[in-house]
Design a protein around this ligand. Structure first.
Ligand code: SAM
Ligand code: FES
Length: 346
C-alpha cells in the first residue's frame, strides 16, 4: 500500500524523499516492479517513441593508473594483457561504425598516462572532421578542468563519468585511498560547467552497497539532472580483490532503470553490456524497464577480450556488424527499432 503511494508520487512529481527511495528499494515486490516498469516504459515511449539510440563504443586503451577494487583493468592486475589502439585503428573503427549506421562514437579507456590532451584532442578533431554529423563522447576518467576544457575545444560533445556511488563512505570501500569522492564530483561539475552533455552512473549490487546508498544515488540523479546515466550490475572479476563477492541482479538493475526513467523522463539510459552478460535477455529486459540506448562495441575483435572489466563479458568474439545486426533483431523482437541518429536528449 505504502508502495503504491510512493510509486504514484514518483510518477507524478518525479521525485521522492531519501527515505521514500530507500523504502521503494528495500520493500520492493514483483508487483511493484511490474507497475514501475509499465509506467517507465510508457514514459519512455511518450518521449522517444519506439526508437532505441545506439552508440558505437571504441575501447581504445586498457592501460590504467587507477586501482579500483572492482575493475579487471585495474593497475594491480598483472594478468591483464595491455593494449592501446593507434589513431589509424580508431579511425578505421569509426569509419566502419559509420557505414553500419552509428552517429555517436564513444572513446572509452582506462586512465592511461599516454592519453594526453594533445593526442586525444587530435583524435577528437579527426573524428569530427571525418564525420561532422556525428557526436563524440569521451569516457577517460578523472582529469583536470583545464584538460576537460581543451578536449571540449577540440570538439568533444559528451562525457561519461560514472559517479560510482553517491555515498562518500561507500566510495571509500570501492576505491584505493589515492582516489576520492570529492574529486569525482569536482570532475562532474567541471564537465557540466564546460557545456558537455554529461553522463553519470553506478554499479548495481557492488560490494557493501545498501538500499540507503542506492537511495543516495537516486537523490543525486534527481538533483544533478544528468543528460545520461549508465547503470549495470556489478559483475565480479576473478583477478580483483572483489573476486569473491556476489554480483548484482537483473531484477534490481531493471527496477532502478524504471525509477530513474520516472525521475527524469527524457534521460538517456543504456541497457548495458553488463546487463546482457548476466542474462542473455538482459538488454531486452532493460529496454522494457525504461532504458532507451544500447552501446555495442566497435573495437577490433583482436583486442576485445582484453578490455575485461569483469568476467564473461559478452560480444568479445563478434564483429561490429554482427553486434549491430544482433541488437537490431533483438530490438525488433520487443517492438523497438535502432535509430540512425546522433541520439541527443529530447
Ligand atoms: N576509466 C574511465 C572511468 O573511470 O570512467 C572509463 C572506463 S571504466 C572501466 C568504465 C566503468 O566500468 C566504470 O565506471 C565502472 O562502473 C564499470 N566497471 C568496472 N568494473 C566493473 C565490474 N566488475 N562490474 C561492472 N562494471 C564495472
Ligand atoms: Fe554483440 Fe549480440 S550484441 S553479439
Amino acid at each position: 500500500m505504502i508502495h503504491e503511494l510512493l510509486i504514484d508520487q514518483l510518477a507524478e512529481e518525479h521525485a521522492l524523499s531519501l527515505e521514500g527511495y530507500e523504502q521503494l528499494i528495500a520493500g520492493r515486490t514483483p508487483e511493484s516492479a511490474i507497475r514501475l516498469a509499465d509506467l517507465a516504459r510508457a514514459e519512455c515511449e511518450r518521449v522517444y517513441g519506439d526508437v532505441v539510440y545506439t552508440r558505437g563504443l571504441i575501447e581504445f586503451t586498457n592501460y590504467c593508473k587507477n586501482d579500483c577494487l572492482y575493475c579487471g583493468i585495474r593497475s594491480g592486475n598483472s594478468e591483464c594483457r595491455r593494449y592501446r589502439l593507434t589513431v589509424e585503428q580508431i579511425m578505421q573503427c569509426a569509419d566502419e561504425g559509420y557505414d553500419l549506421g552509428f552517429r555517436t562514437f564513444v572513446l572509452q579507456g582506462g586512465e592511461d598516462p599516454a592519453t594526453t590532451d594533445e593526442w586525444l584532442g587530435a583524435v577528437v578533431g579527426m573524428l569530427k572532421r571525418a564525420h561532422p554529423d556525428c557526436a563524440v563522447t569521451l569516457s577517460v576518467g578523472e582529469r583536470s578542468r583545464q584538460s576537460y576544457a581543451r578536449l571540449r575545444e577540440a570538439g568533444a560533445d559528451r562525457y561519461l563519468l560514472r559517479h560510482e556511488t553517491a555515498s562518500p563512505s561507500h566510495y571509500r570501500k570501492l576505491h584505493p585511498r589515492s582516489m576520492s569522492y570529492d574529486n569525482r564530483m569536482r570532475c562532474l561539475q567541471d564537465l557540466r560547467d564546460l557545456g558537455y552533455t554529461v553522463g553519470v552512473g553506478f554499479m548495481v549490487g557492488s560490494p557493501f552497497q545498501t538500499a540507503a546508498d542506492l537511495a543516495a544515488d537516486l537523490k543525486f540523479i534527481e538533483g544533478f539532472k544528468p543528460e545520461m546515466c549508465g547503470i549495470g550490475p556489478f559483475v565480479p572479476h576473478h583477478a580483483t580483490p572483489f573476486s569473491g563477492f556476489k554480483g548484482g541482479t537483473v531484477e534490481l538493475t531493471c527496477y532502478l532503470l524504471s525509477i530513474i526513467r520516472l525521475i527524469q523522463p527524457n534521460i538517456l539510459l543504456p541497457a548495458t553490456t553488463a546487463l546482457g552478460t548476466i542474462d542473455p535477455e538482459g538488454r531486452e529486459r532493460g529496454i522494457l524497464s525504461g532504458a532507451n540506448v544500447v552501446m555495442p562495441n566497435l573495437s577490433p575483435v583482436e583486442v576485445r577480450a582484453d578490455y575485461e572489466l569483469y568476467d564473461n563479458k559478452i560480444c568479445t568474439g563478434e564483429e561490429a556488424a554482427e553486434c549491430r545486426g544482433c541488437l537490431g533483431a533483438r530490438m525488433i523482437s520487443i517492438g523497438r527499432r535502432l535509430a540512425v541518429d546522433r541520439g541527443d536528449p529530447k
